[in-house]
Design a protein around this ligand. Sequence first.
Ligand code: NAI
Length: 341
Amino acid sequence: MIQTVTLIPGDGIGPAITDEVVRILDSAGAPIEWERHDAGLTAVENGHDLLPQETLDSIERNRFCLKGPLTTPIGAGFRSINVALRKHFDLYANVRPAESIVPGGRYKDIDIVIVRENTEGLYAGIEHYIGMRQDPRAVAESVMLITRYGSDRICRYAFEYAIEHKRKKVTLVHKANILKNTQGLFLEVGREVAKNYADAIEFEDRIVDATAMQLVLDPYQFDVIVTENMFGDILSDLTAGLVGGLGFAPGVNIGKDVAIFEAVHGSAPDIAGKGVANPSALLLAACLMLEHMGQKETAARIRGALKTVIHDGDTVTADLGGSASTTAFSDAVIEQIATGA
Ligand code: NAI
């Protein structure tokens, strides 16, 4: 069955890498019909809103969206378009797998998934200044919002993900030793949820600072990590670093009805238009999307071809030490898909 997917090419290098990803998925026979819509700087340049209503309607209708990186113009009225999208569709889970692809790194065969709560914590954006004497900004205060509801749904999501992906362990990461109410509630709810899965999935909890050190010293002890918003933001960049950096970091923001797949990197204005961007992270995001749709075999073929091209090293982009263009790199992946088929 053909699935319609909303495609937001995005800004900067976004259109170039989305074009290549579409070409690669087509070559692999992925049963997808694309519905292109603007957002971000490109939308504004085309005379639309930053987040046009047609784009939102399309995502709502199709439920799947593949999104290139978006530039939020300074003074746009909100902090980030990505945050606005998460809020609009209540995309409460941010899932970021970190899997070794680049050869020659410090570690081989890393395979860790971070499940980050996406709507609460310090990133709920509840902050203000308090004036004192002559200084209107003498104090800045921010609220760490943790709810039982939000903690419950993200922990359940992590366990369900672990079961569906045949994972063995969920580690809940927190700072409940210091933030006894907020982080304490997250831990308390996580422990309750874990009881429902005790027969199938091992559960442990760890303090965030110790986790950061252990991820660097011995990452193999981790499988699925579930954590609140800010810790997830930081730790998922750390795990991306373990497998070669943001060039290989895909992510998905998931809500009850909608899933938006994206590369973790930004619009790279410094190399936009030069034809040298690496499409790998967005391609890996597209593979996550195919898996989510049940197209696991197609996703595996594409991922296998990408790995082969990177390991061969002859036709890779500059960020991977090569000199190939975005198009030449994608051609090599397409050729590999055809050979492997
Ligand atoms: P960035 O990720 O765009 O760039 C950081 C560095 O990595 C640059 O040197 C860039 O050339 C390089 N790079 C990034 N992606 C690459 C790729 N695919 N291939 C080769 N090199 C690549 O981060 P930066 O410069 O902080 O942000 C630029 C813009 O992107 C900002 O407007 C920011 O708001 C936006 N952004 C959007 C995101 C999204 O839509 N998910 C995420 C992060 C930033």
